[in-house]
Design a protein around this ligand. Structure first.
Ligand SMILES: [Zn+2]
Length: 270
């Protein structure tokens, strides 16, 4: 199926600012389509123990997330580089390299919570709306996303993949994902310091093995800024947390030993 030809904007972007025209079900459908594309070009780690572990953490975090009840799903990519990303409406991908780099469970929870926050705050959908508005009139979008239904949303997803809409969020979106992610992981029972610790690991890794972290740094703000923003917030949240926050578990140590020692070596993204 082909996209409609380019057309001048029917009305100004300013007038449209704040309008949400991609519904939650459409967002979910777009994310599903996008996830199918990602699967085709990603080496997925098919290991029942690792996937079950990541899914268990992810689901517990998702329960503590604000916003719509998205069908969150968790996939592990078999890459050594430290990275993670999310797609609209639910799919979260974690690179195996995160498990190699993490020193305890709360650090893994921090990465997943950040990605869940991008979804819960619908950053990708907002960005998609802006991108689509810049290209097509609202009327045409309405026809595609509303009346045409499924076929239209799938087309929209196709265009997004082509445009690389998901490659980069704004600095504001990243800051918000850190802040909301920290709240999510604290509420779900993990120690928020895990998120900061993983940024510190990234910073050290950048000096030692830049190749392992350059994907992450090409799509995220520098850890130094983020550590500063998060430290005070983490301390505040920790004081108000009612129960003992989880830092590490024996499940984490078992999974870490498995990926490092037992499974075949991970692939490289380059
Ligand atoms: Zn992010």
């Amino acid at each position: 199926m082909k996209w409609p030809p380019r057309r001048p904007l029917a009305c100004s972007l300013v007038a449209l600012a704040g309008i949400t025209f991609i519904s939650v079900p459409q967002e979910i459908e777009i994310g599903r389509e996008e996830n199918r594309q990602v699967r085709k070009r990603t080496a997925e780690l098919h290991d029942a123990q690792v996937t079950a572990y990541i899914t268990r953490i992810g689901r517990r975090l998702a329960k503590a997330a604000p916003g719509a009840k998205y069908p969150y799903s968790f996939q592990v990519a078999d890459y050594r580089e430290i990275n993670a990303f999310s797609l609209p409406g639910g799919p979260v991908w974690l690179n195996r390299g995160v498990l190699h780099a993490a020193g305890n469970e709360s650090q893994v929870a921090g990465v997943l919570a950040h990605e869940i926050a991008h979804i819960a705050q619908r950053h990708a959908a907002d960005q998609l709306e802006k991108t689509l508005l810049a290209k097509w009139s609202l009327g045409m979008l309405g026809a595609m996303l509303g009346n045409v239904g499924g076929a239209g949303t799938a087309q929209a997803a196709g265009a997004m993949v082509a445009d690389g809409v998901f490659l980069k969020f704004s600095r504001d979106d990243e800051r918000e994902a850190d802040r909301v992610g920290l709240e999510i992981m604290t509420k779900a029972g993990w120690d928020g310091r895990g998120m900061i610790e993983l940024f510190e690991t990234l910073r050290r890794q950048q000096k030692r093995d830049p190749n392992a972290v350059d994907v992450f740094f090409s799509t995220h703000p520098s850890p130094a800024d983020r550590i500063q923003n998060l430290t005070a917030a983490a301390a505040r949240l920790r004081r108000s947390a009612a129960r003992q926050a989880v830092r590490d578990t024996k499940e984490f140590r078992a999974v870490k030993a498995r990926v490092v020692l037992k499974l075949p070596a991970p692939h490289s993204m380059r």
